[in-house]
Design a protein around this ligand. Structure first.
Ligand SMILES: Cc1cc2nc3c(=O)[nH]c(=O)nc-3n(C[C@H](O)[C@H](O)[C@H](O)COP(=O)(O)O)c2cc1C
Length: 490
Protein backbone atom coordinates (compact mmCIF):
# COMPACT_ATOMS: atom_id res chain seq x y z
CA UNK A 1 0.00 0.00 0.00
CA UNK A 2 1.48 3.34 -1.05
CA UNK A 3 0.65 5.52 1.88
CA UNK A 4 2.40 8.18 3.88
CA UNK A 5 2.01 9.56 7.40
CA UNK A 6 1.20 12.98 5.97
CA UNK A 7 -1.42 11.79 3.46
CA UNK A 8 -4.92 13.03 4.30
CA UNK A 9 -7.70 10.51 4.70
CA UNK A 10 -11.47 10.83 4.55
CA UNK A 11 -13.75 9.55 7.30
CA UNK A 12 -17.10 7.90 6.42
CA UNK A 13 -18.94 11.05 7.58
CA UNK A 14 -17.13 13.02 4.87
CA UNK A 15 -14.69 14.94 7.11
CA UNK A 16 -10.99 14.80 6.26
CA UNK A 17 -8.17 14.06 8.69
CA UNK A 18 -5.24 16.11 7.37
CA UNK A 19 -2.63 13.49 8.32
CA UNK A 20 -2.53 10.10 10.04
CA UNK A 21 -1.15 11.27 13.39
CA UNK A 22 -3.71 11.17 16.16
CA UNK A 23 -2.88 12.58 19.57
CA UNK A 24 -2.79 12.44 20.86
CA UNK A 25 -5.08 9.66 21.81
CA UNK A 26 -7.15 10.19 24.91
CA UNK A 27 -5.11 10.90 28.02
CA UNK A 28 -6.71 11.82 31.32
CA UNK A 29 -5.20 15.14 32.40
CA UNK A 30 -5.98 15.29 36.18
CA UNK A 31 -6.46 19.05 35.93
CA UNK A 32 -10.12 19.74 36.75
CA UNK A 33 -11.36 20.57 40.24
CA UNK A 34 -11.53 17.84 42.85
CA UNK A 35 -14.75 15.87 42.30
CA UNK A 36 -14.79 16.83 38.64
CA UNK A 37 -15.49 19.96 36.64
CA UNK A 38 -15.15 21.80 33.36
CA UNK A 39 -11.95 22.42 31.41
CA UNK A 40 -9.86 25.30 32.80
CA UNK A 41 -6.69 27.32 32.13
CA UNK A 42 -4.50 24.25 32.63
CA UNK A 43 -6.34 22.29 29.95
CA UNK A 44 -6.13 25.27 27.59
CA UNK A 45 -2.40 25.57 28.26
CA UNK A 46 -1.75 21.88 27.63
CA UNK A 47 -3.84 21.58 24.47
CA UNK A 48 -2.46 24.83 23.06
CA UNK A 49 0.95 23.16 22.97
CA UNK A 50 -0.38 20.22 20.90
CA UNK A 51 -2.36 22.61 18.70
CA UNK A 52 0.85 24.27 17.53
CA UNK A 53 2.27 21.23 15.79
CA UNK A 54 -0.19 19.93 13.20
CA UNK A 55 -1.61 16.67 14.62
CA UNK A 56 -4.34 15.28 12.35
CA UNK A 57 -6.72 14.70 15.23
CA UNK A 58 -6.58 15.57 18.91
CA UNK A 59 -8.63 13.63 21.44
CA UNK A 60 -9.37 14.92 24.92
CA UNK A 61 -8.83 12.77 27.99
CA UNK A 62 -11.95 10.96 29.12
CA UNK A 63 -14.83 13.33 29.81
CA UNK A 64 -17.19 11.67 32.27
CA UNK A 65 -20.88 11.51 31.45
CA UNK A 66 -21.70 10.78 35.11
CA UNK A 67 -20.30 13.01 37.90
CA UNK A 68 -20.76 10.06 40.30
CA UNK A 69 -18.49 7.80 38.25
CA UNK A 70 -15.15 9.56 37.96
CA UNK A 71 -11.81 7.84 37.50
CA UNK A 72 -9.18 9.69 39.53
CA UNK A 73 -11.31 12.55 40.84
CA UNK A 74 -10.10 15.47 38.72
CA UNK A 75 -11.92 14.42 35.56
CA UNK A 76 -13.65 16.75 33.14
CA UNK A 77 -17.39 16.15 33.58
CA UNK A 78 -20.38 16.82 31.33
CA UNK A 79 -22.23 19.62 33.17
CA UNK A 80 -25.74 19.10 34.53
CA UNK A 81 -27.20 21.70 32.14
CA UNK A 82 -26.02 22.81 28.72
CA UNK A 83 -26.77 26.53 28.83
CA UNK A 84 -24.52 29.16 27.28
CA UNK A 85 -22.52 29.62 30.49
CA UNK A 86 -21.93 25.85 30.84
CA UNK A 87 -20.74 25.58 27.24
CA UNK A 88 -18.15 28.37 27.47
CA UNK A 89 -15.20 26.38 28.90
CA UNK A 90 -15.82 23.58 26.40
CA UNK A 91 -16.06 26.08 23.52
CA UNK A 92 -12.75 27.51 24.63
CA UNK A 93 -11.15 24.06 24.68
CA UNK A 94 -12.41 23.28 21.15
CA UNK A 95 -11.09 26.66 19.98
CA UNK A 96 -7.69 25.99 21.54
CA UNK A 97 -7.42 22.58 19.84
CA UNK A 98 -8.46 24.09 16.49
CA UNK A 99 -6.25 27.11 16.81
CA UNK A 100 -3.11 25.72 15.23
CA UNK A 101 -0.53 28.00 13.70
CA UNK A 102 0.39 27.94 9.98
CA UNK A 103 -3.16 26.97 9.03
CA UNK A 104 -2.80 23.52 10.66
CA UNK A 105 -6.18 22.69 12.11
CA UNK A 106 -6.49 19.46 14.07
CA UNK A 107 -9.88 17.81 14.38
CA UNK A 108 -11.06 18.11 17.99
CA UNK A 109 -12.62 14.95 19.40
CA UNK A 110 -14.08 14.63 22.90
CA UNK A 111 -13.75 11.21 24.50
CA UNK A 112 -16.92 10.31 26.43
CA UNK A 113 -16.69 7.79 29.20
CA UNK A 114 -18.41 6.25 32.23
CA UNK A 115 -16.15 4.43 34.66
CA UNK A 116 -18.80 2.04 36.03
CA UNK A 117 -17.29 -0.37 38.60
CA UNK A 118 -13.81 1.08 37.98
CA UNK A 119 -14.85 4.35 39.63
CA UNK A 120 -12.78 4.27 42.82
CA UNK A 121 -14.21 4.49 46.32
CA UNK A 122 -12.98 7.81 47.71
CA UNK A 123 -12.33 9.82 44.60
CA UNK A 124 -15.09 8.61 42.28
CA UNK A 125 -17.48 11.50 43.01
CA UNK A 126 -19.74 9.61 45.47
CA UNK A 127 -19.87 9.35 49.23
CA UNK A 128 -17.51 6.49 50.30
CA UNK A 129 -20.50 4.29 51.19
CA UNK A 130 -22.37 4.66 47.91
CA UNK A 131 -21.47 1.95 45.42
CA UNK A 132 -20.96 2.71 41.72
CA UNK A 133 -23.35 1.35 39.09
CA UNK A 134 -22.30 -1.49 36.81
CA UNK A 135 -23.91 -4.26 34.75
CA UNK A 136 -23.53 -6.75 37.64
CA UNK A 137 -22.41 -6.64 41.28
CA UNK A 138 -18.89 -7.96 40.52
CA UNK A 139 -16.09 -5.94 42.14
CA UNK A 140 -12.85 -5.10 40.29
CA UNK A 141 -10.38 -7.86 41.21
CA UNK A 142 -13.09 -10.38 42.05
CA UNK A 143 -14.27 -11.54 38.67
CA UNK A 144 -11.15 -13.02 37.20
CA UNK A 145 -10.80 -16.65 38.34
CA UNK A 146 -7.62 -17.22 36.32
CA UNK A 147 -5.75 -14.27 37.81
CA UNK A 148 -3.00 -14.68 40.38
CA UNK A 149 -4.59 -13.76 43.69
CA UNK A 150 -2.69 -12.69 46.76
CA UNK A 151 -3.51 -10.97 50.02
CA UNK A 152 -2.00 -7.64 48.98
CA UNK A 153 -3.80 -7.63 45.63
CA UNK A 154 -7.09 -8.42 47.38
CA UNK A 155 -6.46 -5.69 49.95
CA UNK A 156 -5.66 -3.07 47.32
CA UNK A 157 -8.67 -3.94 45.15
CA UNK A 158 -10.97 -4.09 48.20
CA UNK A 159 -9.79 -0.72 49.48
CA UNK A 160 -10.04 1.03 46.15
CA UNK A 161 -13.15 -0.50 44.64
CA UNK A 162 -16.62 -1.32 45.95
CA UNK A 163 -18.90 -4.11 44.84
CA UNK A 164 -21.07 -2.20 42.37
CA UNK A 165 -24.86 -2.02 42.33
CA UNK A 166 -26.47 -3.86 39.42
CA UNK A 167 -28.02 -1.41 36.98
CA UNK A 168 -31.77 -1.48 36.44
CA UNK A 169 -33.25 -0.90 32.99
CA UNK A 170 -33.96 2.65 34.10
CA UNK A 171 -30.28 3.15 35.04
CA UNK A 172 -29.30 1.81 31.62
CA UNK A 173 -31.59 4.26 29.84
CA UNK A 174 -30.29 7.09 32.01
CA UNK A 175 -26.66 6.28 31.14
CA UNK A 176 -27.56 6.12 27.45
CA UNK A 177 -29.11 9.58 27.61
CA UNK A 178 -26.02 10.87 29.46
CA UNK A 179 -23.83 9.81 26.53
CA UNK A 180 -26.22 11.57 24.16
CA UNK A 181 -26.06 14.71 26.30
CA UNK A 182 -22.25 14.48 26.27
CA UNK A 183 -22.34 14.35 22.47
CA UNK A 184 -24.63 17.36 22.31
CA UNK A 185 -22.20 19.18 24.58
CA UNK A 186 -19.36 18.30 22.19
CA UNK A 187 -21.36 19.34 19.14
CA UNK A 188 -22.73 22.57 20.56
CA UNK A 189 -19.35 23.66 21.87
CA UNK A 190 -17.65 23.24 18.49
CA UNK A 191 -15.92 19.87 18.74
CA UNK A 192 -15.74 17.93 15.47
CA UNK A 193 -16.79 14.66 17.07
CA UNK A 194 -16.79 12.27 20.00
CA UNK A 195 -15.13 9.00 20.80
CA UNK A 196 -17.24 6.63 22.90
CA UNK A 197 -14.93 4.82 25.34
CA UNK A 198 -15.83 1.14 25.32
CA UNK A 199 -12.37 -0.17 26.26
CA UNK A 200 -10.07 -0.48 29.30
CA UNK A 201 -12.72 -2.06 31.53
CA UNK A 202 -14.96 1.05 31.75
CA UNK A 203 -18.74 0.71 31.86
CA UNK A 204 -19.39 -0.11 28.20
CA UNK A 205 -16.54 -2.65 28.20
CA UNK A 206 -18.03 -4.11 31.41
CA UNK A 207 -21.21 -4.87 29.48
CA UNK A 208 -19.21 -6.77 26.84
CA UNK A 209 -17.12 -8.83 29.22
CA UNK A 210 -18.50 -12.00 30.86
CA UNK A 211 -16.19 -11.50 33.83
CA UNK A 212 -18.02 -8.28 34.79
CA UNK A 213 -21.44 -8.95 33.25
CA UNK A 214 -23.42 -11.89 34.64
CA UNK A 215 -26.86 -10.52 33.73
CA UNK A 216 -29.51 -12.71 32.14
CA UNK A 217 -31.54 -10.03 30.41
CA UNK A 218 -31.19 -8.44 26.97
CA UNK A 219 -28.04 -6.60 28.20
CA UNK A 220 -26.24 -9.83 29.13
CA UNK A 221 -22.75 -10.75 27.92
CA UNK A 222 -24.17 -13.36 25.55
CA UNK A 223 -22.80 -12.79 22.02
CA UNK A 224 -26.17 -11.62 20.70
CA UNK A 225 -26.52 -9.05 23.53
CA UNK A 226 -23.10 -7.84 24.57
CA UNK A 227 -22.81 -4.83 22.30
CA UNK A 228 -26.46 -3.82 22.60
CA UNK A 229 -25.60 -1.08 25.11
CA UNK A 230 -22.91 0.38 22.82
CA UNK A 231 -25.18 0.11 19.77
CA UNK A 232 -28.10 1.86 21.44
CA UNK A 233 -25.81 4.66 22.59
CA UNK A 234 -24.16 5.39 19.25
CA UNK A 235 -27.45 5.09 17.40
CA UNK A 236 -29.04 7.58 19.79
CA UNK A 237 -26.06 9.92 19.36
CA UNK A 238 -26.23 9.75 15.56
CA UNK A 239 -29.91 10.77 15.69
CA UNK A 240 -29.17 14.10 17.40
CA UNK A 241 -26.00 15.25 15.63
CA UNK A 242 -25.45 16.18 11.97
CA UNK A 243 -24.21 13.47 9.59
CA UNK A 244 -20.84 15.25 9.37
CA UNK A 245 -20.22 14.94 13.12
CA UNK A 246 -17.52 12.32 13.76
CA UNK A 247 -18.34 9.33 15.97
CA UNK A 248 -15.51 7.02 17.01
CA UNK A 249 -15.34 4.04 19.36
CA UNK A 250 -12.46 2.76 21.49
CA UNK A 251 -12.69 -0.98 22.01
CA UNK A 252 -10.52 -3.76 23.42
CA UNK A 253 -8.96 -6.38 21.18
CA UNK A 254 -9.71 -9.30 23.51
CA UNK A 255 -11.23 -9.95 26.93
CA UNK A 256 -14.60 -11.30 25.79
CA UNK A 257 -14.24 -14.87 26.97
CA UNK A 258 -14.68 -15.91 30.60
CA UNK A 259 -12.41 -18.95 30.93
CA UNK A 260 -10.50 -21.67 29.09
CA UNK A 261 -6.90 -22.34 28.10
CA UNK A 262 -4.90 -19.29 27.04
CA UNK A 263 -4.94 -20.31 23.39
CA UNK A 264 -8.67 -21.08 23.44
CA UNK A 265 -9.38 -17.81 25.20
CA UNK A 266 -7.38 -15.76 22.73
CA UNK A 267 -8.85 -17.52 19.67
CA UNK A 268 -12.43 -17.25 20.91
CA UNK A 269 -11.79 -13.71 22.10
CA UNK A 270 -10.37 -12.71 18.72
CA UNK A 271 -13.32 -14.24 16.90
CA UNK A 272 -15.74 -12.49 19.20
CA UNK A 273 -14.22 -9.04 18.78
CA UNK A 274 -13.92 -9.55 15.02
CA UNK A 275 -17.64 -10.28 14.98
CA UNK A 276 -18.21 -7.11 17.02
CA UNK A 277 -16.16 -4.98 14.67
CA UNK A 278 -17.94 -6.43 11.64
CA UNK A 279 -21.26 -5.63 13.30
CA UNK A 280 -20.14 -2.12 14.26
CA UNK A 281 -19.06 -1.49 10.68
CA UNK A 282 -22.41 -2.76 9.37
CA UNK A 283 -24.22 -0.08 11.43
CA UNK A 284 -22.79 2.41 8.91
CA UNK A 285 -22.61 5.26 11.44
CA UNK A 286 -19.12 4.92 12.95
CA UNK A 287 -16.15 6.85 11.58
CA UNK A 288 -13.23 5.24 13.36
CA UNK A 289 -12.51 2.36 15.69
CA UNK A 290 -9.52 2.53 18.03
CA UNK A 291 -8.16 -0.85 19.05
CA UNK A 292 -6.64 -1.11 22.51
CA UNK A 293 -6.64 -3.67 25.32
CA UNK A 294 -6.62 -4.31 29.04
CA UNK A 295 -8.45 -3.02 32.10
CA UNK A 296 -7.64 -2.07 35.72
CA UNK A 297 -6.96 -5.73 36.58
CA UNK A 298 -4.57 -6.11 33.64
CA UNK A 299 -3.59 -2.69 32.30
CA UNK A 300 -2.04 -3.83 29.00
CA UNK A 301 -2.72 -0.40 27.50
CA UNK A 302 -0.05 1.05 29.82
CA UNK A 303 2.70 -1.39 28.76
CA UNK A 304 6.14 0.13 28.40
CA UNK A 305 8.06 -0.37 25.20
CA UNK A 306 10.49 -3.26 25.72
CA UNK A 307 8.49 -4.78 28.59
CA UNK A 308 6.80 -8.16 28.51
CA UNK A 309 3.46 -6.44 28.18
CA UNK A 310 4.62 -4.72 25.02
CA UNK A 311 4.17 -8.12 23.36
CA UNK A 312 0.48 -7.48 23.97
CA UNK A 313 0.81 -4.20 22.14
CA UNK A 314 2.45 -5.98 19.19
CA UNK A 315 -0.62 -8.19 19.35
CA UNK A 316 -2.88 -5.12 19.06
CA UNK A 317 -0.97 -4.22 15.89
CA UNK A 318 -1.34 -7.71 14.41
CA UNK A 319 -4.95 -7.82 15.43
CA UNK A 320 -5.69 -4.47 13.91
CA UNK A 321 -4.25 -5.76 10.60
CA UNK A 322 -6.65 -8.71 10.80
CA UNK A 323 -9.47 -6.23 11.43
CA UNK A 324 -8.54 -4.11 8.43
CA UNK A 325 -8.49 -7.15 6.12
CA UNK A 326 -11.75 -8.42 7.52
CA UNK A 327 -13.53 -5.08 7.16
CA UNK A 328 -12.46 -4.68 3.57
CA UNK A 329 -13.79 -8.17 2.72
CA UNK A 330 -17.16 -7.40 4.33
CA UNK A 331 -20.26 -6.45 2.30
CA UNK A 332 -20.36 -2.98 3.96
CA UNK A 333 -19.94 -0.29 1.24
CA UNK A 334 -16.32 0.93 1.20
CA UNK A 335 -17.30 4.52 2.01
CA UNK A 336 -19.01 3.49 5.28
CA UNK A 337 -16.21 1.29 6.64
CA UNK A 338 -14.80 2.86 9.82
CA UNK A 339 -11.12 3.78 9.75
CA UNK A 340 -8.92 1.76 12.10
CA UNK A 341 -6.89 3.70 14.65
CA UNK A 342 -4.02 1.73 16.16
CA UNK A 343 -2.65 2.86 19.52
CA UNK A 344 0.07 1.59 21.79
CA UNK A 345 3.82 1.52 21.63
CA UNK A 346 4.26 3.42 18.35
CA UNK A 347 7.59 5.08 19.09
CA UNK A 348 9.59 5.57 15.90
CA UNK A 349 9.09 6.79 12.36
CA UNK A 350 9.54 3.25 11.04
CA UNK A 351 6.90 1.91 13.50
CA UNK A 352 4.47 4.48 12.16
CA UNK A 353 5.28 4.01 8.50
CA UNK A 354 5.26 0.19 8.76
CA UNK A 355 1.86 0.24 10.44
CA UNK A 356 0.47 2.25 7.53
CA UNK A 357 2.24 0.51 4.68
CA UNK A 358 1.57 -3.01 5.98
CA UNK A 359 -2.09 -2.21 6.39
CA UNK A 360 -2.17 -2.44 10.22
CA UNK A 361 -4.08 0.81 10.52
CA UNK A 362 -5.46 3.90 8.77
CA UNK A 363 -4.71 6.23 11.68
CA UNK A 364 -1.84 6.14 14.15
CA UNK A 365 -2.56 6.87 17.81
CA UNK A 366 0.20 8.28 19.98
CA UNK A 367 -0.31 8.81 23.68
CA UNK A 368 2.80 8.96 25.84
CA UNK A 369 4.97 9.80 22.82
CA UNK A 370 2.88 12.95 22.33
CA UNK A 371 3.57 14.01 25.92
CA UNK A 372 7.30 13.41 25.56
CA UNK A 373 7.37 14.98 22.15
CA UNK A 374 4.40 17.34 21.53
CA UNK A 375 5.99 18.63 18.32
CA UNK A 376 6.32 15.15 16.79
CA UNK A 377 4.45 15.98 13.54
CA UNK A 378 6.84 18.89 12.95
CA UNK A 379 9.88 16.74 13.66
CA UNK A 380 8.72 13.95 11.35
CA UNK A 381 7.93 16.43 8.61
CA UNK A 382 11.31 18.10 8.78
CA UNK A 383 13.09 14.71 8.93
CA UNK A 384 11.27 13.66 5.79
CA UNK A 385 12.06 16.89 3.97
CA UNK A 386 15.63 17.42 5.07
CA UNK A 387 17.20 14.04 5.43
CA UNK A 388 18.51 12.06 2.49
CA UNK A 389 19.11 8.82 4.42
CA UNK A 390 16.13 7.78 6.55
CA UNK A 391 18.12 4.80 7.84
CA UNK A 392 19.93 7.19 10.21
CA UNK A 393 16.79 8.27 12.06
CA UNK A 394 13.81 6.12 11.06
CA UNK A 395 14.34 3.41 13.69
CA UNK A 396 15.36 5.77 16.47
CA UNK A 397 12.60 6.27 19.06
CA UNK A 398 11.39 9.87 18.98
CA UNK A 399 11.70 10.04 22.75
CA UNK A 400 12.96 7.75 25.49
CA UNK A 401 10.55 6.50 28.10
CA UNK A 402 11.43 7.56 31.64
CA UNK A 403 13.03 4.91 33.85
CA UNK A 404 10.34 5.67 36.44
CA UNK A 405 7.80 4.20 34.07
CA UNK A 406 9.86 1.26 32.92
CA UNK A 407 10.52 0.31 36.57
CA UNK A 408 6.99 0.97 37.76
CA UNK A 409 5.70 -2.48 36.81
CA UNK A 410 8.02 -4.01 39.44
CA UNK A 411 5.95 -2.44 42.22
CA UNK A 412 3.48 -5.01 43.54
CA UNK A 413 3.74 -7.27 40.47
CA UNK A 414 0.34 -8.88 41.15
CA UNK A 415 -1.40 -5.52 41.24
CA UNK A 416 -0.29 -4.14 37.90
CA UNK A 417 -2.61 -1.20 38.43
CA UNK A 418 -0.16 0.20 41.00
CA UNK A 419 2.76 0.13 38.55
CA UNK A 420 0.54 1.60 35.83
CA UNK A 421 -0.60 4.28 38.30
CA UNK A 422 2.98 5.38 39.03
CA UNK A 423 3.73 5.31 35.31
CA UNK A 424 0.67 7.46 34.49
CA UNK A 425 1.58 9.86 37.30
CA UNK A 426 4.88 10.66 35.61
CA UNK A 427 3.04 11.59 32.39
CA UNK A 428 0.37 13.54 34.26
CA UNK A 429 3.06 15.64 35.95
CA UNK A 430 4.69 16.19 32.58
CA UNK A 431 1.35 17.34 31.07
CA UNK A 432 0.95 19.74 34.02
CA UNK A 433 4.47 21.12 33.46
CA UNK A 434 3.64 21.73 29.81
CA UNK A 435 0.35 23.42 30.78
CA UNK A 436 1.98 25.69 33.36
CA UNK A 437 4.76 26.71 30.98
CA UNK A 438 2.19 27.59 28.27
CA UNK A 439 0.11 29.61 30.73
CA UNK A 440 3.22 31.60 31.77
CA UNK A 441 4.50 32.08 28.25
CA UNK A 442 2.34 30.82 25.36
CA UNK A 443 5.17 31.04 22.83
CA UNK A 444 7.72 29.16 24.93
CA UNK A 445 9.07 25.67 24.42
CA UNK A 446 7.98 23.19 27.11
CA UNK A 447 10.50 22.84 29.99
CA UNK A 448 13.15 20.09 29.66
CA UNK A 449 12.00 16.56 30.47
CA UNK A 450 12.80 15.47 34.02
CA UNK A 451 13.96 11.89 33.56
CA UNK A 452 15.29 11.78 37.15
CA UNK A 453 11.84 12.09 38.64
CA UNK A 454 10.77 8.73 40.14
CA UNK A 455 7.31 7.18 39.73
CA UNK A 456 6.55 7.34 43.47
CA UNK A 457 7.55 11.01 43.68
CA UNK A 458 5.44 11.79 40.60
CA UNK A 459 2.52 10.01 42.26
CA UNK A 460 2.74 12.23 45.38
CA UNK A 461 3.22 15.32 43.27
CA UNK A 462 0.17 14.39 41.22
CA UNK A 463 -2.04 14.35 44.32
CA UNK A 464 -0.42 17.18 46.29
CA UNK A 465 -1.70 19.84 43.93
CA UNK A 466 -4.32 22.24 45.13
CA UNK A 467 -6.34 24.98 43.64
CA UNK A 468 -5.11 27.55 46.18
CA UNK A 469 -7.81 30.11 45.31
CA UNK A 470 -10.58 27.61 45.94
CA UNK A 471 -8.84 26.17 49.03
CA UNK A 472 -8.60 29.69 50.51
CA UNK A 473 -12.32 30.29 49.91
CA UNK A 474 -13.12 27.00 51.63
CA UNK A 475 -10.83 27.73 54.60
CA UNK A 476 -12.28 31.23 55.00
CA UNK A 477 -15.84 29.87 54.67
CA UNK A 478 -15.33 27.13 57.24
CA UNK A 479 -13.54 29.52 59.67
CA UNK A 480 -16.36 32.07 59.36
CA UNK A 481 -18.97 29.37 59.97
CA UNK A 482 -17.06 28.18 63.06
CA UNK A 483 -16.69 31.72 64.45
CA UNK A 484 -20.37 32.57 63.78
CA UNK A 485 -21.40 29.22 65.31
CA UNK A 486 -19.22 29.86 68.37
CA UNK A 487 -20.75 33.30 69.04
CA UNK A 488 -24.33 32.14 68.40
CA UNK A 489 -23.81 29.22 70.79
CA UNK A 490 -22.58 31.52 73.54
C1 LIG B 1 -1.50 9.46 31.69
C2 LIG B 1 -2.37 8.60 30.82
C3 LIG B 1 -3.74 8.82 30.81
C4 LIG B 1 -4.57 8.04 29.99
N1 LIG B 1 -5.90 8.33 29.94
C5 LIG B 1 -6.70 7.69 29.04
C6 LIG B 1 -8.03 8.12 28.86
O1 LIG B 1 -8.51 9.08 29.47
N2 LIG B 1 -8.78 7.42 27.95
C7 LIG B 1 -8.28 6.39 27.22
O2 LIG B 1 -9.00 5.80 26.40
N3 LIG B 1 -7.00 5.97 27.36
C8 LIG B 1 -6.20 6.62 28.23
N4 LIG B 1 -4.87 6.27 28.33
C9 LIG B 1 -4.35 5.22 27.43
C10 LIG B 1 -3.88 5.86 26.12
O3 LIG B 1 -4.95 6.42 25.38
C11 LIG B 1 -3.19 4.81 25.23
O4 LIG B 1 -4.13 3.80 24.92
C12 LIG B 1 -1.96 4.20 25.89
O5 LIG B 1 -1.18 5.19 26.52
C13 LIG B 1 -1.12 3.43 24.89
O6 LIG B 1 -0.63 4.29 23.88
P1 LIG B 1 0.91 4.85 23.89
O7 LIG B 1 1.81 3.63 23.97
O8 LIG B 1 1.06 5.62 22.63
O9 LIG B 1 1.05 5.69 25.12
C14 LIG B 1 -4.02 7.00 29.17
C15 LIG B 1 -2.64 6.80 29.19
C16 LIG B 1 -1.82 7.58 29.98
C17 LIG B 1 -0.34 7.37 29.94
Amino acid sequence: MDCNIFDPVELPCGRTVENRLVKVVAMYEHMSNFSGGSPNEFHYGLYSEWAKHGWGMVLTGNVQVSPQHLTLGRDIVVPATLNAEDLKPFERLAEVIHGGVDGARSLAIMQLSHAGRQSARFIGGRSPFVAPLAPSPVRVGAGNPGAVRDVIADFVFHTLFQAPTEMTTQDILHVQSSFVRGSLLAYESGFDGVQVHAAHGYLLAQFMNPKSNIRNDEYSAAPENNIRMLHEIVEAIRKVVPTTFIIGIKINSADYVASGSTEEVSQQGEQCILDHIRTISSWGIIDFIEISGGDYEKPDFMASVGSQQSERQAFFAQFSQTVMKDLHRSPTPFSSIPLVLLTGGLRSHSHLQTALVSGHADLLGIGRGAVLCPDLPKILRSQLHNSKSPSTWADRPFAHEPAAVLGASKWLPNVKLVGAGFGSAWYIIRMRDIAVSQIKNPGAEPPPLDYDQGGLFAFFKMWAWFDFGRATVWILGISTALVVGFFCYH
